[in-house]
Design a protein around this ligand. Structure first.
Ligand code: T4K
Length: 372
């Protein structure tokens, strides 16, 4: 029996991609903001309904560039979540800032705003929340506290491509919040450019700064204004993005059907909790996390994970261990300071989710979870 992977990259047809990259071969313009890069920037700005957009080599560098562009005081504290992919925290630490961990909401796994204000000190400069699994944070609550204390807000929106949010009767793109929001376009994401990312912001001035930093800080042939890395998206990646963008709505629709099927079959299994539906959010169905309550399910998350593995199904413990229990951070933090995140990280597992997941394969996953 074939192995079922936790996800599979969406792909355009080979012919479509070859057609898209032909002009790159003809022009020999391979990177440094070529025609494909410029076109994808424009198309994504429209699609994501954001004011400004800067393409990057990946989501991680989008975070690091954003932290550099925000111009925060050296060594400042940044309040973030321990329930995320390592990239979020690594970006803070690699940029020379101090992460401070706020516990998360037990249902949505996003930052618990009721615990945020007590973590603010005179050294706090910014908040870096994550819309984990595409669950949108309490943006109003976070931004109200940020405004009150004069803090910047940088959202890690890596998981939220194509999501929209209803706020006070207005529909906003998920990348439209905070001072800056970043996306990941990694191969495993709903929309991808093989590797890639984007930074969205509101001001043309900030966008220009980000674009300068992204390219070594080069302003022109003789002026280098900032100490920046090389974090540009190349033309082949942008071409993949242009192809995938044509199909992404259909891919999200197909993911939605898989999610509906899972919800129907797994919604009433004792001890299995599903990710809540946020009624004000149009979801992209990026991940399908389930939470295993050992006592009522009769088995731990790890035992179920093993049974799935034995059945040829690769579920993933995203995000376990949580950040403060990872080898590189363990000795600096106490994971008991964020008990909800700790509990969730021991209960959660994301099960296979991708547009082309067949009903037969979904049934294989469901049967193991339902012990049929
Ligand atoms: N912030 C957050 C909240 C994030 O989740 C991430 C990335 C970032 C920031 C940083 O963004 P990037 O710098 O990555 O753009 C994956 C991804 O590498 C990573 O992008 C993602 N989050 C993280 C949650 O997951 P792995 O190591 O678990 O992926 P891997 O290689 O085990 O692949 C998982 C499955 O995907 C495979 O079983 C099959 C499928 N797959 C994988 C690849 C590489 C494909 O179908 N095609 C492929 O090319 O990290």
């Amino acid at each position: 029996m074939d192995k079922i992977l936790v996800t599979r990259s969406s792909m355009p047809s080979l012919e479509e991609y070859v057609e898209e990259i032909k002009p790159i071969f003809e022009s020999r313009w391979l990177t440094n903001m070529g025609a494909k890069h410029q076109l994808l920037t424009k198309e994504l700005k429209d699609y994501l309904a954001v004011d400004e957009l800067c393409l990057t080599v990946n989501g991680h560098m989008a975070l690091e560039l954003s932290l550099q562009a925000l111009n925060l005081p050296k060594g400042a504290e940044i309040i973030t979540t321990p329930f995320t992919f390592v990239s979020t925290t690594h970006a803070i630490v690699r940029s020379g800032f101090q992460p401070v961990f706020c516990d998360v909401d037990p249902m949505n796994c996003t930052m618990d705003v009721s615990k945020l204000e007590s973590l603010i000190t005179e050294r706090t400069a910014a908040i870096l929340p994550v819309h984990v699994y595409g669950n949108i944070c309490d943006t109003e609550g976070i931004e109200e506290i940020a405004a009150k204390h004069g803090l910047k807000v940088l959202y890690d929106a890596a998981h939220t491509f194509g999501e929209t949010v209803e706020v006070n009767g207005k529909t906003r793109g998920a990348g439209d919040f905070g001072d800056i929001s970043i996306f990941s376009f990694h191969a495993t994401k709903v929309f991808h450019t093989i590797e890639g990312g984007a930074i969205c912001c509101h001001s043309a001035e900030m966008d220009e700064k980000l674009k300068i930093i992204r390219d070594f800080g080069i302003v022109d042939d003789e002026i280098i204004s900032d100490v920046g890395p090389n974090a540009k998206m190349n033309e082949f990646a942008a071409a993949m993005g242009l192809c995938n963008l044509r199909h992404v709505d259909g891919e999200i629709e197909k993911r939605g059907r898989v999610a509906d099927y899972y919800r129907e079959r797994l919604g009433r299994v004792d001890g299995i909790r599903l990710n809540p539906v946020q009624v004000h959010v149009k979801s992209n169905f990026a991940y399908f996390p389930i939470f295993v309550d050992e006592e009522s399910y009769g088995e731990s998350r790890d035992q179920l994970h093993l049974r799935l593995q034995e059945a040829g199904i690769s579920a993933r413990k995203y995000f376990y261990p949580m950040i403060t229990e990872l080898d590189c951070y363990r000795n600096r933090y106490n994971s008991d300071d964020t008990p909800v995140a700790k509990r969730l990280s021991h209960q959660v597992m994301t099960i296979p989710m991708y547009a082309d997941l067949t009903k037969e394969d979904a049934d294989r996953v469901i049967k193991v979870i339902r012990r049929e």
